[in-house]
Write a protein that binds this ligand. Structure first.
Ligand SMILES: [Zn+2]
Length: 264
């Protein structure tokens, strides 16, 4: 027999999935909460059709695989963390953080983009979450705010320095390519948005937990890139350019932060 109260996280999770899908659909394209249009024929969706995940009435294009994945994964996550809440966050803050991570992850994966408005909202949420966590650990709200701000400063600072270093490497590489008569492909080793994301996650986790999350994210990102290059080597498709392939660190940082916030 399913516990009836489980209907609450199922319903909330489904609604949260709709919200994540909606924000990920409209924000990268129009930068505001506009009406969603069919990606195929640009016909605006009637709200009722959009919310019930119906195919486009004009061209018949069904909703994306991502739409369904987000609905299912978010609902699953809400049920799971309803049953086994994060000790650090509790249920309501945990749900807000899941929604935030969902939006950032989908937009970053689909557009390789971390938007400034989402970073701004994240900073506010991050300060609330970080202060909540560290106030409870230290029994002091003032210390809680301090630890949160310190974490934010650290996350932003470390990634800012890495970003500057990446820009230097990219400039050096561009000069080398120009000398070799090749066009500069303007590839960034590390996205500027990742710097803001690291700041937001720093506020959220506070000091010193942000250190673990960044380390975890960099290691994971490095490991996946290493496996990727190894696979290219095995298939003899490796070129020295593969080494410079853009590493989108955003999703790895989020995995690191997620692990710190929900894993223990
Ligand atoms: Zn359509």
């Amino acid at each position: 027999m399913m516990n009836v109260t489980l209907l609450i996280p199922i319903l909330l999770g489904w609604l949260a999935g709709l919200f994540i899908n909606y924000v990920s659909d409209v924000l990268p394209l129009t930068r505001r909460f506009s009406q969603h249009t069919c990606p195929e024929c640009q016909t605006p969706f009637p709200s009722a059709d959009y919310v019930t995940l119906r195919a486009c009435r004009n061209c018949g294009k069904s909703r994306s695989l991502r739409t369904w994945l987000v609905q299912i994964l978010t609902t699953f996550a809400f049920v799971y963390f309803w049953l086994f809440p994060s000790k650090a966050l509790g249920i309501p803050l945990g749900m807000l953080v899941i929604i935030y991570f969902g939006v950032i992850t989908v937009i970053d994966l689909e557009h390789r983009l971390i938007l400034h408005p989402t970073s701004l909202v994240g900073a506010v949420l991050g300060l609330i979450v970080g202060t909540y966590i560290h106030s409870r650990i230290n029994n002091s709200v003032v210390l809680g705010v301090e630890k949160s701000l310190l974490g934010g400063l650290f996350g932003f600072g470390v990634m800012f320095l890495l970003y500057q270093f990446g820009t230097l490497v990219a400039r050096f590489r561009a000069r080398k390519m120009q000398a070799a008569g090749q066009a500069d492909d303007e590839e960034e080793a590390l996205g500027g948005g990742d710097v803001y994301l690291a700041g937001v996650l720093g506020l959220m986790l506070g000091w010193p937990f942000i250190w673990d999350a960044i380390l975890l994210g960099v290691l994971l990102g490095g490991l996946i890139s290493f496996l990727f290059i190894a696979a290219l080597l095995v298939r003899r498709r490796y070129s020295s350019d593969a080494l410079m392939t853009f590493i989108p660190y955003g999703p790895y940082f989020i995995i690191g932060a997620f692990y710190k916030l929900f894993g223990s």
